[in-house]
Design a protein around this ligand. Structure first.
Ligand code: SF4
Length: 350
């Protein structure tokens, strides 16, 4: 018998599942509480649930909590996890501790179809979408699940290419019956798929980041091929016009590559593109991979960009690089999938 997987279901969906046996929404919320907030993987030890319901759930379902199969710890305490589903999909998740802020960077697909040449994930190919449960599981199954404060959808995959599951995962992460994480602490990142962005802005109150990397369409097409279909100037127009609620953040990610997109001309074009908006700019260092002829802009150049954006009235920050030594940094996920036997610790060493 195929058992129902509960991680990834809403309280109402679990109610539908247990109500024929006479159970109520209150019982359903106790189950979601045990799975999403307490991360309990055994129905028999869940508290506040009638014994008969525990037996029913044990016989007919699984919690859906799947532990990572391996992990690797960076010198800066960033931890990269490898997951493998029963159907063989592999994907990586990164836990990033930074003072009181404890962020989990989740994957939304096993691989990616977008083909960005600077990104290692793109070279991994595409093995399928992750379900909402597989996305949420990345937050609740890791060793530090109890202290997570922020979630970013910046791992493997393009969230707007798997939007139904991403929106459902956002619902579970933010719901009072789910993980109760504030939408202000959740950010979904995209290379820019216009219909998905419009739907996401209307359907969710979580933050959005769009990868820009160049204000020039011809140049951006070489970094982010999807620019050919969905020009970012149109996306910026939509972002400028969309009425943002207080505390909701819309940002641009700009990976800075030396002598490529960090000239004064790029800076001026960036200021022109973002003027008269509340869109923030996150400046990120570029991470080289083997045989790469490109380099990151210097820290001084990144600060220069930040300073000039700010004095032009555009909110900007320089983001720290985290976990680069274990290929956990931006654009490097999937490196571990190729060389995992060499680098990952065995599950029992977690
Ligand atoms: S940068 Fe993002 S969208 Fe582009 S290939 Fe990598 S994972 Fe996919």
């Amino acid at each position: 018998m195929v058992k129902s997987i509960l991680c990834g279901l809403t309280a109402d969906e679990i109610l539908e599942y247990i109500s024929p046996s006479g159970y109520t929404l209150s019982h359903s919320k106790k189950v979601t509480n045990c799975i999403y907030k307490k991360h309990i993987n055994d129905f028999s030890i869940m508290t506040g649930i009638p014994g008969l319901l525990k037996e029913y759930l044990t016989d007919n379902s699984s919690t859906g909590i799947i532990r990572p199969v391996a992990s690797q710890v960076s010198a800066d305490k960033t931890i990269k996890y490898l997951f493998r589903t029963e159907t063989g999909k592999e994907f990586e998740t990164v836990f990033i501790p930074d003072g009181k802020r404890k962020t989990v960077c989740v994957s939304t697909q096993s691989g990616c179809r977008m083909g960005c040449p600077f990104c290692v994930t793109s070279g991994y190919g595409f093995a399928g979408d992750l379900t909402a449960g597989e996305i949420v599981n990345q937050v609740i199954s890791i060793a530090d699940a109890a202290v997570v404060t922020h979630v970013v959808f910046m791992g493997m995959g393009e969230p707007m290419d798997n939007l139904d599951n991403v929106l459902k995962a956002c619902e579970i992460l933010t719901a009072e019956w789910g993980l109760s994480i504030s939408p202000r602490n959740i950010t979904v990142s995209t290379v820019g798929i216009t219909p998905g962005i419009v739907r996401f802005l209307r359907s969710s109150s979580c933050n959005l980041t769009v990868s820009l990397h160049s204000p020039y369409s011809d140049e951006r097409k070489r970094i982010i091929p999807v620019e050919s279909k969905y020009p970012v100037h149109e996306i910026i127009r939509i972002l400028k016009e969309f009425p943002l609620t207080k505390n909701r953040r819309v940002s641009i990610a700009y990976i800075m590559i030396k002598n490529m997109n960090d000239t004064d001309m790029h800076l001026d074009a960036l200021k022109e593109l973002l003027k008269d908006s509340d869109i923030r700019v996150n400046l990120l260092p570029y991470h080289k991979v083997a045989e790469d002829i490109n380099d990151s802009s210097s820290p001084e150049r990144m600060q220069y960009f930040k300073h000039n954006l700010i004095i032009s009235g555009i909110s900007a920050s320089v983001r720290k690089s985290r976990g680069a030594d274990i290929s956990a940094a931006c654009g490097l996920l999937a490196t571990g999938l190729k060389i995992r036997d060499q680098f990952f610790l065995a599950r029992e060493d977690l």
